[in-house]
Design a protein around this ligand. Structure first.
Ligand code: NDP
Length: 450
């Protein structure tokens, strides 16, 4: 027994913090976790989970339309936003309860207080003070709105999960994950939706063909996209808001959502006083063992602003805990992290984009296929799917797999296993397809593009 009250004090009860806390406690480590809001963090409360529920809800509109082509006639479906919110809140409550049970059952001391660092080994939470051998900062991130006149009139994704009512029209600023996902949700729920993006393509970091294709499919469904457009100011109008663009346009809408990135949550808990180093973006700097410049203080997940994805934060939590408290380290491999955007249609990718692959290697083959998914042969809807594979000719290794289309996230998850295992194109080609599926296209692509 050392002279500390706590072996590991975790600040933040999101995906990374909770995973670290309960894994460490399960190994017999004395753990406390402080969370002054809801357990589950962004993912459970204001991100992945409620977002995906909204995606399901919004997709019904198209499903009802498609149903006719299959012989179903549905009279005037009605959508009830308060009912969706209530259902969503009920599910989130259930998940928070599960998190709480997991922590309690593993013996973590749960403190429903804001934690404050007093020095490299001391944390105050509420009225109590703890001497801690190690401290883990897993405080996540929060939405960022650029500093423009009238920014107080804009909402962020946080507020989107608790709107009193849906607007008739929404303007979404940004061209990343959240902009693309909420555009699909709002449009599907019957809101006239415009995206305003400063760049000339959505979804930076994704393959160029994917970026173009996804935007085109979104536009075909009725989402308006204004590229190369910045918002200079926002004003309140009689019944909504007007955004003034750098092109001299005035865009009126009932709601303006800013989805212009997220920043690490680093203020209000004494970080500066202890001297934990941050980078220019405010992210806590860590080494490959998640250790900050203060040896007793660690950080992981969104507060380190590297791969802001829940499964990365949980993997980092396991790596940290196994590294510190066992002789079986479980380091995170940051290569080939699969990711999906739950836009409509969804986008998924794992591995290198075409541009990245061509930058690295001289001998790249591209396999690509655009087709009408079977469902839409009868649905009457005009939606196409894109599948793309990047292969290195000399080694036959598949370096990247990309998809825009129904179930892209589900399909790419499977592809990610193959890519991690080092699958070659020959392995894909010799894999028997499941017929009829969209995914079988990935094992039947025979001709590289010229
Ligand atoms: P992203 O980084 O994905 O996108 C931010 C967008 O805002 C970009 O298009 C960017 O433009 C634009 N932007 C940034 N600053 C400004 C500015 N000052 N003025 C105008 N536009 C600006 O951030 P999101 O907010 O969409 O999401 C945050 C992160 O959360 C994601 O990166 C992802 O890691 C995570 N996330 C993951 C999801 C998933 O896994 N499905 C879902 C939602 C979020 P440009 O492209 O030119 O830089």
């Amino acid at each position: 027994m050392n002279h500390y009250d706590i072996d590991l004090f975790v600040i933040g009860g999101g995906s990374g913090g909770v995973r670290a806390a309960r894994t460490a406690a399960g190994l017999g480590v004395r753990v406390a976790l402080a969370e002054n809001r809801h357990l589950g963090g962004t993912c459970v409360n204001l991100g992945c989970v409620p977002k995906k529920l909204f995606v399901y809800a919004s997709h019904f509109r198209e499903d009802f339309l498609a149903a006719k082509g299959f012989g179903w006639f549905i009279n005037q479906p009605q959508f009830d936003w308060p009912r969706l919110l209530a259902q969503k809140n009920h599910e989130i409550e259930r998940l928070r309860g599960i998190y709480q049970d997991l922590l309690n059952d593993s013996g973590v001391m749960l403190l429903e207080d804001r934690a404050h660092l007093l020095d490299a080994h001391t944390v105050r939470a509420g009225e109590r003070q703890f001497r801690c051998e190690r401290i883990l900062i897993a405080t996540g991130g929060c939405p960022f709105i650029p500093d423009i006149p009238g920014k107080e009139h804009a909402v962020t994704s946080d507020e989107m999960f608790a709107l009193d009512r849906l607007p008739k029209r929404i303007l979404i600023v940004g061209g990343g994950y959240i902009a693309a996902e909420f555009a699909g949700i709002m449009h599907g729920l019957g809101v006239e939706t415009t995206i305003c993006h400063r760049g000339d393509k959505l979804l930076k970091g994704f393959d160029e063909d994917v970026r173009t294709f996804a935007a085109r499919e979104m536009c075909k469904k009725g989402i308006a996209i204004r590229f190369n457009t910045q918002i200079d100011a926002i004003e309140k109008t009689g019944n909504g808001f007007a955004a003034h663009t750098d092109q001299g346009h005035r865009l009126e809408s009932g709601l303006i959502l800013y989805a212009t990135g997220r920043t690490p949550n680093i203020s209000g808990f004494g970080l500066e006083a202890v001297g934990v180093e941050q980078d220019d973006a405010g992210a806590i700097k860590v080494d490959e063992h998640y250790q900050t410049n203060i040896p007793s203080i660690y950080a992981l997940g969104d507060v380190t602003h590297r791969f802001n994805l829940t499964p990365v934060a949980t993997a980092e939590a396991m790596a940290l805990v196994y590294g510190l408290y066992t002789d079986k380290p479980a380091p995170v491999d940051y290569d080939n992290i699969p990711t999906a955007v739950f836009s409509q249609p969804p986008v998924g990718m794992v591995g290198l984009t075409e541009a990245e692959a061509k930058n690295r290697y001289p001998d790249i083959d591209i396999y690509q296929s655009v087709f009408t998914p079977m469902k839409h042969t009868l649905s009457g809807l005009d939606e196409k799917t894109l599948m793309k594979m990047i292969v290195r000719r000399s080694t036959d290794r598949v370096l990247g797999v990309h998809m825009v289309g129904t179930d892209a996230g589900e399909i790419i998850q499977g592809m990610a296993v193959a890519i991690r295992a080092g699958a070659t194109k020959a392995v894909f080609d010799s894999t028997i397809g499941i017929h009829p599926t969209a995914a079988e296209e990935f094992v039947t692509m025979r001709k590289a593009e010229l």
